[in-house]
Design a protein around this ligand. Structure first.
Ligand SMILES: NC(=O)c1ccc[n+]([C@@H]2O[C@H](COP(=O)([O-])OP(=O)(O)OC[C@H]3O[C@@H](n4cnc5c(N)ncnc54)[C@H](O)[C@@H]3O)[C@@H](O)[C@H]2O)c1
Length: 333
C-alpha cells in the first residue's frame, strides 16, 4: 500500500465541501486538484484546501498526479464524467444518484471494468455506524427471519434560495430527475435491500403531486417491495411535508427493531452504537481510498448500486402503469 491516494474533486458545490473535509480528515487520501465550471467558486475552494484549480474536465483528467476522482456534480452529468474519468485511467467515487438511467449506469460500470478501475457510489448511509449495526444484527439472526420493514422519510425541501429568480437544477427534470426519487430516493431505496442482503423482486408504487413547489413532478411516493427472501418492505417519502420524520420499523420472527434518527431500539431496549451518522462521509471516503489502494471491490460498488437505481426506475414505472412491476424487466441483456 502506498502512502495515500491522490484525488481530484469534480464539482465544488454543496456536497463537495463534505468530501473535501473528509479527505482532510483521513490519512490514506489527499487532495491535489479541484474542478468546477464556476471559476470564482473553484478558485476559492482550491485556495482554501491547497489544491490546483481547473475549470475544464480535460486538464484535470490529464493531470498525472490525479489517481482518482470524486464526481460531485448535477445528476445528468455523472455518467459522461465517470466514463471520461475511467477512460483517462482514474478510479471513481460518484455521488448519488449513480445516474438517471440504467443505460447510463451500465455505461459507467462497463467503462470502469474495461479500464480496470474502481467504481464506487456515494451511498453514505451504508457507512453510518447505526446502519452497519442494524445490518449485522439482522445477518446474525438477532431478530430472526425478517418479515416486514417500513421506513419513512418526510421532509420539506425547497432547493431554490429565497429571493432567487431562477429555479435550482434540482427542480429541472432533465438535469436532476424527479427530486423525491433521485435526490433522496437513492439513499432510501438502497438501504432497504442492503439491510436485508436480499434483492427486490417486485415493486408496486404510487406517487402524488401534493403541492405546486415541484410543479410538474411528483413530490411524494410510497412503494411496496417484495424481496427475494420473502420479506416485504415499504418506503414512504415526501419532500413537501413541514413536519419531518425519518424512521423505520423492522419486524422479525424473534423480535423487532425501531430506528428514529440515530436512536436504535430492539424489543423496546436501546442499543448502544459506537459513533454517529456524522462520521458517515469520512468512513465512506476512507473505504474508497482503501479499495483503490488495495484493488478491492467496495461494498457500494457500481454493480451493487445499479440494483438500487433499477428499483427506483421500477417505482417510477409502477406508479405510471398503476400496476406492480417485476424487477426482471431491468436485468441486463
Ligand atoms: N450524499 C449526500 O447526502 C448528498 C447531499 C447533497 C448532494 N448530494 C449529491 O451531490 C451532487 C452535487 O449536489 P450539490 O448539492 O453539491 O449541488 P451544487 O449545485 O451545490 O454543486 C454542484 C456543483 O457542480 C458544478 N458544476 C455544474 N456543471 C459542472 C460541470 N460540467 N463540471 C464541473 N462542475 C460542474 C456547479 O457549478 C456546482 O458548483 C448531486 O449528485 C447530489 O445528489 C449528495
Amino acid at each position: 500500500m502506498s502512502d495515500g491516494l491522490s484525488v481530484g474533486v469534480i464539482g465544488a458545490g454543496g456536497i463537495a465541501r463534505s468530501h473535501l473535509n473528509a479527505i482532510e480528515a483521513n490519512d490514506n487520501i489527499r487532495l491535489v486538484a479541484v474542478m468546477d465550471v464556476d471559476p470564482a467558486r473553484v478558485g476559492a475552494v482550491a485556495e482554501e484546501f491547497g489544491a490546483t484549480a481547473y475549470t475544464d474536465l480535460e486538464p484535470l483528467l490529464a493531470d498525472a498526479r490525479v489517481e482518482a476522482v470524486h464526481v460531485c456534480t448535477p445528476h445528468a452529468l455523472h455518467a459522461n464524467q465517470v466514463v471520461a474519468a475511467a477512460e483517462a485511467g482514474k478510479h471513481v467515487l460518484v455521488e448519488k444518484p449513480m445516474a438517471l438511467t440504467l443505460v447510463d449506469c451500465d455505461r459507467m460500470i462497463d467503462a470502469c471494468a474495461r479500464a480496470g478501475k474502481i467504481l464506487m457510489v456515494g451511498q453514505v448511509m451504508r457507512y453510518y455506524p447505526v446502519s452497519r449495526t442494524i445490518r449485522k444484527m439482522i445477518a446474525d439472526g438477532e431478530i430472526g427471519q425478517v418479515g416486514h420493514l417500513i421506513r419513512r422519510r418526510y421532509s420539506f425541501f425547497d432547493p431554490t434560495p429565497a429571493g432567487s429568480d431562477s429555479r435550482h437544477w434540482y427542480l429541472n427534470l432533465e438535469m436532476g430527475g424527479i427530486c423525491v426519487l433521485y435526490c433522496f430516493g437513492p439513499h432510501e431505496y438502497d438501504i432497504l435491500h442492503w439491510y436485508l442482503n436480499s434483492p427486490v423482486t417486485q415493486v408496486y408504487a404510487q406517487g402524488s403531486e401534493s403541492t405546486d413547489l415541484y410543479r410538474g413532478q411528483k413530490d411524494s411516493y410510497t412503494a411496496m417491495m417484495t424481496h427475494e427472501n420473502g420479506a416485504v418492505s415499504v418506503l414512504s417519502q415526501t419532500v413537501v411535508c413541514h413536519t419531518g420524520a425519518h424512521d423505520q420499523y423492522i419486524v422479525g420472527s424473534k423480535g423487532s427493531m425501531m430506528l428514529t434518527g440515530d436512536k436504535l431500539t430492539v424489543n423496546g431496549k436501546e442499543v448502544s452504537v459506537e459513533g454517529s451518522s456524522r462520521e458517515g462521509m469520512s468512513n465512506q471516503i476512507r473505504e474508497f481510498a482503501t479499495c483503490c489502494l488495495e484493488g478491492r471491490e467496495p461494498d457500494a460498488s457500481g454493480y451493487s448500486v445499479r440494483h438500487s437505481m433499477a428499483v427506483i426506475e421500477a417505482a417510477k414505472l409502477s406508479a405510471e402503469r398503476n400496476a406492480p412491476v417485476q424487477m426482471s424487466e431491468f436485468d441486463r441483456a
